[in-house]
Design a protein around this ligand. Structure first.
Ligand code: UTP
Length: 408
């Protein structure tokens, strides 16, 4: 792209200031900036004018979960179906590790965080060890995809190399990068993080499938006959991955997606709750639950909106191919965005100074036909690490790991 072409593109989106330092840059830096302008989708910035707000929602109704009681009753059947799908190579795991983990406050990828006390126990290690349990049980090396972002890709790959993939078979692991979105001030003007670089941030975990396809990895799905993809977050150090019972229950139910859920701790707990919205599976955020929904009861007299999602989904791959990112809501999130001050010096703000734009995996659920919510025991499978201390923290996750017999 030439400077003139770049200027024209920027003008279309009211972002001409991006070239303000261009003439002072070296030829190599100029080239870098032009390439980034060419690759950036500035159209998202028009959403800054809407600010942070919840999108318009449809009519909610309850969606019954497969409860622990039913799972216990059908455990053998679910387990056998899951093991046979895994052994046939129909199941892959996909780790969402493209986030910035800003709340945890470490400069490294979140998965490199060491929660060990007497030895090293990295978050990535915990997840791989959990998956290795199933590899051993089924005697099958499950394909593992790892989504990173431009910001943490090299550090993540290097760490896996250094740690010898924590015992996983290296050639069964594939890394790919998710897409980035420009970040802007409150007026929708893209920030620069350097004179030759627009501030960008990962575009949310909702674009994982399209990023995977853009990286050409749908070829692996086809070649290996992978039908189900277990997508999971980096921060839940207790979750079971490609857990045979969950796989079996989802396959047998023949749904578009299975979702691991936990019973809410309290009616007003701050978790997204699985439900139907206009008849399709969906997730209602805690702040969207009306008092009537909080009090509603199912046929057994239990709360009707009672199961929170834990970001562990088993997607039927063929149901994803027709979906487009354009149909996913774009969330405007207020964040601290590294930028340049008025003298052109790099600035790391201590307070939020603008917006980044994200699409979320939970919005994908609403694009699908059917969903099986599958209950798991919170104390055994839900130990998210979002913060250094307090709720959903390193501290709380350590306590839960120990409770489950994991030596730290
Ligand atoms: P979170 O919502 O906890 O976001 O991600 P985060 O960006 O990592 O953390 P904070 O909010 O800055 O503290 C849930 C999961 O989705 C992944 C994360 O890596 C985590 O596994 N994720 C998030 C991505 O893969 N890409 C993204 O753009 C955002």
């Amino acid at each position: 792209m030439t400077k003139e072409e770049a200027a024209k593109k920027l003008q279309t989106f009211g972002q001409e200031h991006v070239l303000q330092y261009y003439d002072a840059l070296s030829p190599a830096e100029q080239e870098e900036l032009l390439l980034q302008i060419e690759e950036t989708d500035f159209s998202v910035l028009s959403h800054a004018k809407d600010g942070v707000h919840a999108g318009k929602r449809g009519v909610f109704s309850p969606l019954a979960a497969t409860t622990l009681t039913e799972i216990d009753r059908r455990r053998q059947e679910f387990h056998d179906a899951g093991v046979s799908a895994i052994k046939a190579g129909k199941t892959a795991a996909l780790l969402l590790a493209g986030g910035m983990g800003t709340r945890l406050g470490s400069d490294n990828p979140k998965g490199m965080y060491d929660i060990g006390e007497t030895k090293h126990v990295y978050i990535f290690q915990r997840l791989v060890e959990n998956l290795l349990d199933v590899v051993k049980e089924t005697d099958t090396w499950i394909r593992l995809f790892i989504m990173t972002s431009e910001k943490n890709h090299e550090a993540t790959v290097r760490f896996f190399e250094e740690q010898n993939y924590f015992g996983y078979q290296k050639d069964r692991v594939v890394f790919f990068k998710q897409d980035m979105a420009p970040a802007c001030d409150y007026n929708g003007k893209a920030y620069l993080e350097a004179k030759n670089r627009i501030s960008t941030s990962p575009n949310g975990n909702g674009g994982w499938f399209s990023s995977m396809v853009r990286a050409g990895l749908d070829r692996i799905l086809e070649e290996e006959g992978i039908e189900w993809i277990n997508v999971f977050a980096v921060d839940n150090v207790l979750q079971r991955i490609c857990d045979p019972c969950f796989v079996g229950a989802t396959v047998l139910a023949d749904v578009s997606v299975g979702a691991k859920v936990v019973k809410k701790a309290t009616p007003d707990e701050k978790v997204g709750v699985i439900c139907l919205e206009d008849g399709s599976p969906s997730i209602v955020e805690y702040y969207e639950l009306s008092p009537e929904m909080m009090e509603a009861k199912d046929a057994n007299g239990d709360p009707a909106y009672n199961y929170g999602v834990i970001l562990n989904y088993l997607f039927h791959a063929k149901e994803l191919t027709g979906l487009s990112d354009d149909q996913l809501a774009l969330h405007v999130v207020e964040k601290k965005i590294p930028c340049l001050d008025s003298d052109g010096n790099p600035l790391k703000p201590s307070e939020p100074n603008g917006y980044k734009f994200e699409q979320l995996v939970l919005d994908m659920i609403h694009q699908l036909r059917t969903c099986l919510p599958y209950e798991v025991i919170r104390e055994k499978e839900f130990a998210p690490i979002k913060n250094p201390t307090g709720v959903d923290s390193v501290e709380s996750a350590r306590a839960l790991c120990k409770q489950n017999g994991i030596t730290l």
